[in-house]
Structure formats: C-alpha cells, structure tokens
Design a protein around this ligand. Structure first.
Ligand SMILES: C[C@H](O)[C@H](O)[C@H]1CNC2=NC(N)=NC(=O)C2=N1
Length: 188
C-alpha cells in the first residue's frame, strides 16, 4: 500500500491540527502528487511533532547528507563533549557517502581519498575544504602524498574520537563541487 495512505489515518487522528489537513497534504506531496524528502521537516515544523529525527509517528524518516550539511559545528572545547560510540559512528557513516570509518591509535576517524589531476589541483582542493573548515571552526587533517593522492581525515582532537561535528564537516565537504580538480580515469 502507498505509504501516504498508511500515514493518513494517523494524521487525521490529530486532535488539534495546527494547519488544515488539506494544506498539510499539499505540502507533503510534490508537484506531481508524489512524496518528497522534505516530509521530515514539514511534519516537525508544521505539526509540531516530536523532534526525534528518526521516527515520526513510528514512521522511519530519512537522514541524508543534506540533514547533516544543514547543521553547524559546535565549538569542541566543552568539557561535556564525549566521543561517540563505534555503534553510533557505524550508523552515521552511511549518511556521508564516500567516507570511511577508520581506527588509528585506538581513535575513530573519518577518512576519504581522492586522486587529483595535479599537485596544484590538490592544493586547490585543500583551499575549498579549508574555507568550509574555517566557516565551521572545525578542522580536518589534510594529506597530499605522491603528487596527486589527496586524503582527508576528520576527527575531533579535543575528545580523541568522533563527534557529530566530524560528520557535519564531511557532509559539507561532500557538498563541494570538486569534480574539475579530480582525475577522470582510474589510476593504472
Ligand atoms: C574552540 C574550537 O572549537 C576548537 O579549538 C576546535 C578547533 N578545530 C578543531 N577541529 C578538530 N577537528 N578538532 C578539534 O578538537 C578542534 N577544536
């Protein structure tokens, strides 16, 4: 059964809807009457549902790169900050396409590699990444090895592991248009 039909009875059972049901459904459906990914935002903002990102009325919602990249890194100098568990990291890693979870010296890190067209294109890539990092106040480790192998590692130095900041930064790096800097053909 189409999921909107399954959702509908629960929405209709809201005792005090804050928006007319008709306009709610207009927003939930795309221009061709199809659902779109904005459903999570619309439901939580318009209907004031729970802020739990993963479950709206027991309805599994989406968490994409876009969710993370819409967030902002927080300063890492808080005493309350703790590294996330490996289990949480394994769940979040699926939201940042192209990034791997690695463990170095017992510390979890995010890692992504690219092959660039030239050494200077590698530096250019770093400049784009640096601009994002500066805007976020969260900084990756940058490696350029063997003239065209770029590797970026992200972790939260202050806690010796991963925090949501790292995933936010990775998602924002994924949002950069870097294709003109990258080598097209796979290395021999
Ligand atoms: C106050 C400020 O957030 C911190 O000093 C930041 C700066 N950038 C940082 N970047 C990373 N990756 N880890 C940190 O612990 C860190 N600390």
């Amino acid at each position: 059964m189409n999921r909107w039909f399954r959702l509908q009875p629960r929405l209709l059972s809201l005792s005090k809807p804050q928006v007319p049901i008709v306009s709610l459904f207009k927003n939930l459906l795309g221009p061709h009457g199809r659902s779109n990914i904005r459903v999570t935002n619309i439901l939580s903002v318009r209907v004031g549902l729970s802020s739990n990102r993963n479950s709206v009325y027991g309805f599994r919602t989406f968490c994409t790169d876009k969710d993370l990249s819409a967030k902002k890194c927080v300063p890492c100098n808080s005493k309350d900050m703790r590294p996330m568990t490996e289990q949480s990291a394994n769940e979040l890693i699926t939201k940042v396409v192209g990034w791997d979870l690695v463990k170095e010296d017992g510390k979890l890190k995010l890692s992504r590699s690219w092959k660039v067209k030239s050494f200077t294109k590698g530096l250019e890539l770093f400049k784009h990444v640096a601009d994002v990092a500066e805007a976020e106040g969260h900084h990756p480790d940058l490696h350029l090895v063997g003239w065209n192998n770029v590797k970026i590692e992200i972790w939260t130095h202050a806690v010796g592991g991963l925090t949501e900041n790292d995933f936010i930064l990775a998602a924002k790096i994924n949002g950069l248009d870097l294709h003109h800097l990258l080598r097209k053909k796979p290395a021999a």
